[in-house]
Design a protein around this ligand. Structure first.
Ligand code: 13P
Length: 256
């Protein structure tokens, strides 16, 4: 039985003061946060404040990106050790906005995945096709290339630490969420790819989230799918009440 994981991705939103208001507004619900793993991925600038605000709640902290080197002359970059130092458990890697706006390649993402693991950070590895790629029937090929490219040389043992988020690019921030059937069939395909490379034990164990216009009114439909293990949430994670309501529906559906 896989524990669902619901993660907030605030992207480039919130000042420190706004982040503090979020943690103050997020209901303390230790029982719920044991049943559903909950992560809040904030901008670098809010990590310290949110780390403090989440102390003792059972909700975990994550970052949205990092560089793969330990330290040195990399102006503007943040290292895995710096994230660990601030209390991060997770780091989102390979988000489509990083892939498309900042031209991150699978090769670069792979280096980041490896560095995160070395430093004890758990990657939430994002994959997903653009609308053009979907319309050209290349969805599976793209997802497969992204998975295997980003996970090159990652061992079966290390796969324990990794969560995958399937986020079709056309569904992100558009209000056009993928149909439950489409999300489910692609996530099933992703699980098959993992099983093919690492064996069914690992394929069955790995958690795969859906992301893309998940809201309190549609989250439950995704969570009902046996292969979908939670969600990565952008817009609806900016307010504590809508984020909390999505977390609650994950617990209700999984019956845990
Ligand atoms: P939205 O929920 O705003 O569509 O964003 C999804 C996303 O990109 C999460 O990483």
């Amino acid at each position: 039985m896989r524990v669902p994981i619901v993660a907030a991705n605030w992207k480039m939103n919130k000042t420190v003061g706004e982040a503090e208001s979020f943690t103050a507004d997020l209901p303390g619900d230790a029982e719920l946060y044991k049943k559903v793993e909950v992560v809040v991925c904030t901008p670098f600038t809010c990590l310290q404040a949110v780390s403090k605000g989440l102390e003792g709640t059972g909700v975990k902290l994550g970052a949205q990106n990092m560089y793969y080197e330990d330290k040195g002359a990399y102006t503007g970059e943040i290292s895995p050790a710096m994230l660990k130092d601030l209390g991060c458990t997770y780091v989102i890697l390979g988000h489509s906005e990083r892939r498309h706006i900042f031209q991150e390649s699978n090769e670069l993402i792979n280096k980041k995945v490896k560095a995160a693991l070395v430093h004890g950070l758990k990657p939430i590895l994002c994959i997903g096709e653009t609308l053009e790629e979907r319309q050209a029937g290349k969805m599976e090929e793209i997802c497969k290339t992204q998975i295997f490219g980003s996970l090159q040389d990652i061992t079966a043992k290390e796969m324990d630490q990794i969560v995958i988020a399937y986020e079709p690019v056309w569904a992100i921030g558009t209000g056009v969420n993928a149909s439950v059937e489409d999300a489910d069939s692609t996530i099933t395909f992703v699980r098959q790819c993992i099983s093919a490379k690492y064996g069914t034990e690992i394929g069955d164990k790995i958690r795969i989230q859906y992301g893309g216009s998940v809201k309190p009114n549609n989250a439950v439909d995704y969570f009902k799918q046996a292969n979908i293990d939670g969600a990565l949430i952008g817009g609806a994670s900016l307010k504590a009440d809508s984020f909390y309501s999505i977390v609650k529906s994950a617990a209700e559906v999984c019956g845990c």
